[in-house]
Design a protein around this ligand. Sequence first.
Ligand code: UDP
Length: 418
Amino acid sequence: MLPQVAVGRHCCAQSTNLANYRPFVGDELIDEIVALADQLKGLRLCQVNATAAGGGVAELLARMIPIYRALDIDADWRLIFGDKEFFTITKGLHNALQGGDFHITSSIAAEYLAHNRQALEALDAHYDVFVVHDPQPAAIHHFAQPNPGKWIWRCHIDSSQPNAEVWQFLRPYVEAYDAIVFTMPQFCPTDLKRDNVVFISPAIDPLSTKNMELPDDMCRRVIADAGVNLREPILLQVSRFDPWKDPLGVIKAYNLVKQQRPGVQLVLIGAMAADDPEGWQILESINAQAVTDPDLYVFTNLMGVGNMEVNAFQRGVDVIIQKSLREGFGLVVSEALWKEKPIVAGAAGGIPMQFPEGYEQFLVSGAEQCAERLLYLLDHPDEAVQFGRAGREKVRREFLLPRLVRDELRLIQKVLAK
Ligand code: UDP
């Protein structure tokens, strides 16, 4: 049996009472969710992905499953197995969907398919609807046939310009799904049949420990306890250590800022994900720079930096950075804006759609531009405050969890009706 992630078993979580979201998103949306869920009561829903922690998909599923269960939808979250070899292949597929180089040899294809077949054999296939996330388990649907359930493939990646070889390999597996979800229309490869494609953007949970309100004093204590100097400006990037998140570019931008503001500090927080072998190598290069710079701080989940600490850092620093070169969505952008923080971010993938109107100049491409905008925000704190406020309102209207739950329930209803 595929391992099941234990979330939402107990009904004491804030998020299991939908009424708690009403003050944020209003009654109309919550009433619509309740009405949709009423028609889907007892539905057996299986969400399948490759990792229970580290990265946006795990973050989303951890928040959505308890809500579904509270709505009497029988939702489970199952993980496919993988060893280092498999995850090295799937990271290659992931990068290639974003346009990176990757050559699928016959042995790579065989390894990928064998893992998907094994995953399917270990999956209890008695669900009404499966939502399969990203390329790692994309072929399990193929091995599941015939199966009376409905199958949705949810791609979280910017696949607008995929590596042709990898896309041609994955496309037949993906096309066979009952519905395919991308974050935005631009991400849909041009040769994909569009009749069963829908676009749904991710969202953040305002009630999670990652995003809930925290007292200023607590945020300051968390940051001070980590050894960071609250009297000097603090910049922060929270991201997996991944080349597309460009942590080395962030350090370059910070070094440029430091030439003008010698006291500035940079905090990099990065979760090490089980399905991301590249992360360790990047962490090593970052650490090599951090040992010679007392103002460059590197923290990981392995050092006990969890959701609450991330929340405290996001709230307590001066400016947030998300200098992605490619980005599916970038939950961290909404997380920062929800906390009314100004952000300088890469003009990549799903990031611009999260920016409030009038603040597009803080979408950047190179380290120099990033440094220049960071300095501007440090020098113009009033504007930084306005930016943060506008950002929170944008997130409130478009990127909070109930909207995502509503969109997914609508889609489930649609595929069941087919
Ligand atoms: N995250 C975290 N700790 C870390 C790094 C990331 O909790 O050290 C969280 C982050 O707050 C966000 C998610 O992981 O909720 C990352 O999602 P995002 O969409 O930004 O990027 P992905 O990793 O999915 O590419």
